[in-house]
Design a binder for this molecule. Structure first.
Ligand code: ZN
Ligand code: MN
Length: 496
């Protein structure tokens, strides 16, 4: 028996607005003492009235546009009723039949290539409070209640646990590019419920789905779904496939999903229109204003980087993973062009075309290895970097034109990283410029040959690997400033 895997994801993203969705309370409650960012509105005291946060609505529209969705001309809020200690109101203000966005899609990179995954809807809703279980007690922190969320519901078109993970990663990246959420899963800014069922390849009808609730890491999305695939496969093969919808939790310690007493099915939430909020009209004027904040999205950036820079897919994925990094890289590249054109004589257009691929690759290597290392060691983000794109480009040009060798370059980069200084000044101040062939180098080499007669004799007798020994001494004598290739050439000539 062969099966299709049918997965749909519901992703919740916290918006980083200044205040909550329907009141003026600070939305920074996760960083403040428990139960200090609350008021009668978000606690749901009788007689209080919610007022919609305009920024949250704008961002929900912006996210919908980024997900290629249609925006509803009129949106409406509804109450979703259920009882739970983290919901002091007894209902959550959400959207039922007139959400912000409908019928969108994103394109996701998978091992089998790119796949288009449809998105059913995006709606705005308020978050619930946070239950904190400790020992035999459960404590409730209401700071989080009323935080704006967008919930994004995919079509059941995801075909593997790996694809589910890529889909979530892409959604997170888009939210970060738009600057509407920090989308930090560890802090619960991004949470996911996954629906999964199997279907024999010969069947047309979908089987009852299993919902896995509240997954909070990319790794767990993939693992929990993979576990479910195996579990459901066994049920099918033993002749007892899931007969009704069910809800399961994910136990990260055991690496298993487990049965949860199912919350009410959708129609038990008794959705009804929120009487305290009007319907809102979303005009095309509003949409056009919001469109101005639609930055180039990761998918488009990846494709543009591929055609413009000729870097490998792997290199590009790393660069595009953060908008700040991708922006920094592009600024460096555009500065590189002017540096190269001042340093190299000839036709400007030709110089760039001729060197572009190599120098861009070099810039990529230095940024994603040495610069990343420095950032990591100092617990800094690319946004905090002191090296201006112009200085970085000047540095890359020095390396590219062999004005410094790679060990001197590392010293220069570390100094730039500390002070934000200019690479040529640092090179001159610390006397790090690479020695050109010339007399200086010959002097060192003659001395080395004179002082190591045994090795010279052995080399001349055919022990070729000794060349490394001579190069090593040459580097040491020149305090690392010589070019190892020049050294090798001159040694070989003199020892012929
Ligand atoms: Zn409040
Ligand atoms: Mn929800």
């Amino acid at each position: 028996m062969e099966f299709d895997i049918i997965i749909g994801l519901e992703v919740h993203i916290q918006l980083k607005t200044k205040s909550k969705l329907f009141c003026g309370c600070s939305n920074d409650g996760e960083n403040l003492a428990a139960n200090t960012t609350v008021c009668p509105v978000c606690m749901g005291h009788p007689g209080t009235l919610p007022v919609l946060n305009k920024q949250a609505l704008d961002w929900a529209i912006l996210m919908s546009l980024a997900l290629n969705m249609k925006i509803n001309q009129e949106i409406k809020f509804d109450r979703k009723n259920y009882f739970y200690p983290d919901l002091s109101k007894g209902y959550q203000i959400s959207q039922f039949d007139q959400p912000v966005g409908v019928e969108g899609f994103i394109i996701v990179a998978t091992l089998q290539g790119e796949r288009k995954i449809g998105i059913e809807r995006l709606h705005l809703e308020e978050d619930a409070a946070k239950n904190i279980h400790s020992n035999d007690k459960t404590l409730v922190d209401y700071n989080r209640c009323g935080t704006p969320l967008v919930e994004i519901v995919s079509n059941p078109e995801i075909r593997s646990p790996e694809e589910a993970k890529s889909y979530m990663q892409e959604i997170r990246l888009i939210a970060r590019y738009l600057g509407i959420s920090e989308a930090d899963m560890e802090k619960g800014h991004l949470r996911c419920d996954a629906n999964i069922s199997l279907r024999p390849k010969t069947e047309k009808k979908l089987s009852p789905k299993t919902e896995i609730k509240n997954i909070n890491s990319f790794r767990f999305v993939e693992k929990a779904l993979a576990y479910e695939v195996t579990r459901q496969q066994q049920l099918w093969l033993s002749g007892e496939p899931p007969a009704e919808q069910s809800t399961r939790g994910w136990d990260a310690v055991k690496g298993q999903t487990y049965d949860q007493r199912s919350k009410e099915a959708a129609n038990d939430y008794r959705y009804f229109p929120e009487p305290d909020l009007p319907n809102y009209e979303i005009t095309s004027g509003m949409i056009n204003m919001i469109k101005k904040d639609l930055v180039e999205l990761p998918y488009d950036k990846k494709h543009r980087f591929t055609s413009e820079y000729g870097l490998s897919q792997q290199d590009i994925d790393i660069l595009v993973e953060s908008k700040a990094l991708a922006d920094y890289f592009e600024q460096v590249v555009s500065e590189l062009r002017s540096w190269l054109e001042t340093e190299v004589e000839g036709d400007r257009e030709e110089i760039w075309e001729h060197n572009k691929k190599k120098i861009v690759k070099l810039a990529n290597n230095w940024i994603t290895t040495e610069l990343f290392k420095l950032l990591k060691e100092n617990h800094l983000n690319i946004k905090d970097i002191k090296i201006s794109p112009e200085n970085m480009a000047e540095f890359i040009t020095l390396v590219y034109l062999n004005k410094v060798n790679s060990s001197a370059a590392q010293i220069i980069l570390a100094a730039m990283f500390k002070t934000g200084g200019d690479p040529t000044h640092i090179m001159d101040d610390q006397d790090l410029a690479q020695l050109e062939g010339g007399e200086d180098l010959e002097k060192y080499i003659d001395l080395i040959i004179e002082n190591n007669p045994d090795q010279v004799a052995e080399f001349k007798a055919g022990k070729d690997p000794l060349i490394q020994f001579f190069i090593g001494l040459g580097m040491k004598a020149s305090k690392g400033k010589a070019n190892p290739k020049d050294l090798e050439e001159i040694f070989r000539q003199k020892l012929k």
